[in-house]
Design a protein around this ligand. Structure first.
Ligand code: BG6
Length: 490
């Protein structure tokens, strides 16, 4: 593996994301030889930590991954801490000094990656200072990785984008959507563009509907404060789900390269129908989990969670019907759903194909056959299945369902690189394929804003689904009125 050279500056270096995802991912890259001698990490945050303490924390986060303490210590020796107040100009001068020093020490060729793993309120301030205090180098690469949420509606996202773009060019900005780093999301392109049997049928002549389920069994946990300002629509639909929709719906790109793919994704997102306010109720429904008893344990309702308003109207579940008004997809509903405290953790995409014109296996020829369904298992299981009709063994001509299934072994899944690891490596390589472009973000907000605004005008009857269920009744009704039902492939 070819060694990469860069200085990482992580804003939010003491935070949860840094500890849970970033340090372990950097360590995996180190173990694989992508990072060796020529890298350094500056962690910044408000707290006063010493380098030693910071390194201890870093070592703690990789203790299950490191083969020896020696190896972990060597890795951690590349980490430096600097207490930093993001609004204090003086601190940026200190940061610049340290960056220059580390650049020389590790011969980093002025390559810089700034990772903003903190509240987006400060993104603008930070990028502005990085430019003004000349932390952006002239000869190496300068890349900015930012975490969601990118704004809370189109307007705020546009303001934020303008602020960032005053210091970084679009091609230097890497907006993270960690779903794009998942193995099986990246596999969507292989399913579609490496298999003639699917791509030839990937359109409204053969596909009846597509279902995307992102189900979570956990609740909001300690994130009540954030979640109250977000809700499932902003937290999951605006980003992850619409990204998945765009990958499923886009036209074949000329090449599997960032710009080519992006162009097709943007076109797909532009074809997504933006509803009129009065249409929203026909296309989107919401829910909030209530208390229940699951496996003898009392599970709290959302309104009883920490930092949540006891009368909260925040949705923890969304289901909707997305329509794509272009030649390929006209008339094919993309049903999407996501929620917290659902029955199980599982993400899957189900592509339901159209039925036969006649059912020769039924007396009256009109009772429909079970449809063919292609399932893409995203997580925790990774794999595919294809539902087919087959003749039941024995006398007569009856059919039964069979499932051709391939699931990656637990070992393969465990050894495949984690999303953050892949995305950080992509950024080191200057490959923005699996990051979201501003045009995608903008279009996604425009879609979501109309729904949000329509919802804000009505008081929902919450809670409306018990923890441990698969969401509110209105979610099932959404499909029933079109003659479909949610498909869940175990
Ligand atoms: C995040 C959301 O973007 O994705 C969380 O903010 C959610 O609320 C998480 O739990 C789900 O990610 P994953 O990878 O566990 O499906």
């Amino acid at each position: 593996n070819q060694e990469k050279t860069a200085l990482f500056t992580i804003f939010g270096g003491t935070g949860d994301l840094a500890k849970r995802k970033l340090y372990p991912s950097l360590y995996r890259l180190y173990k694989k030889g992508f990072l060796k001698e020529h890298f350094a990490v500056i962690g910044t945050a408000r707290r006063e930590w010493t380098n030693d303490y910071y390194r201890e924390i870093v070592m703690e986060t990789i203790k299950d991954l490191a083969d020896s303490t020696e190896e972990a210590t060597k890795f951690a020796s590349h980490f430096y801490y600097q207490a930093h107040n993001v609004t204090d100009t003086e601190h940026y001068s200190e940061l610049k000094e340290l960056s220059t020093k580390l650049d020389e020490k590790y011969q980093l060729e002025n390559n810089r990656i700034y990772y903003l793993a903190m509240s987006p309120n400060f993104f603008g301030t930070i990028t502005e200072h990085l430019k003004a205090e000349e932390l952006i180098t002239n000869d190496g690469f300068n890349r900015l990785i930012i975490e969601k949420p990118f704004g809370h509606d189109y307007e705020s996202a546009a303001i934020l984008n303008d602020q960032i773009r005053a210091s970084f060019h679009e091609n230097q900005i890497y907006r993270i959507d960690h779903y794009l780093g998942k193995e099986m999301i990246q596999n969507i392109s292989a399913v579609r563009f490496a298999n003639a049997i699917f791509e030839s049928m990937w359109n409204n002549r053969y596909i009846d509907n597509i279902q995307i389920t992102l189900s979570e069994s956990i609740g909001v946990e300690e994130r009540g404060g954030y979640y109250e300002t977000s809700g499932a629509l902003r937290d999951m639909v605006q980003n992850h789900i619409l990204q998945v929709v765009s990958l499923l719906a886009m036209e074949p790109p000329i090449e599997l390269k960032d710009e080519e793919i992006r162009e097709e994704k943007i076109k797909a997102l532009r074809s997504v129908r933006i509803f009129k306010p009065e249409e929203v109720r026909h296309y989107f429904v919401r829910g909030q989990y209530g208390a229940s008893t699951v496996h003898d344990e009392k599970s709290l309702g959302y309104r009883e969670e920490q930092n949540v308003d006891p009368a909260s109207q925040t949705e923890t579940f969304v289901a909707g019907k997305v329509m794509i008004d272009n030649f390929r997809w006209a008339g094919v509903p993309f049903y999407i759903r996501t929620g917290k405290k659902l029955r199980e953790k599982g993400t899957q995409i189900n592509i339901q194909f159209k039925g036969m014109p006649l059912n020769l296996f039924s007396e009256d020829h009109t009772t429909p056959q079970e449809p063919n369904v292609l399932t893409i298992y995203i997580q925790p299981t990774e794999g595919f299945s294809l539902q087919l009709n087959s003749k039941k063994i024995g006398q007569g001509l009856e059919t039964e369902l069979l499932n051709l299934k391939h699931k990656n072994s637990a070992e393969t899944s465990a050894n495949s690189p984690e999303a953050y690891e892949k995305l950080i490596l992509d950024c080191l390589n200057g490959d923005s394929t699996n990051f979201t472009h501003w045009d995608e973000v903008a279009q996604s907000w425009k879609f979501v804003d109309v729904i949000r605004q329509a919802w804000n005008k009505e008081t929902p009857e919450f809670p409306n689904y018990p923890s441990g269920s698969m969401g509110p009744v209105c979610s099932d009704q959404l499909l029933e009125k079109d003659g479909f039902k949610w498909f869940w492939n175990p």
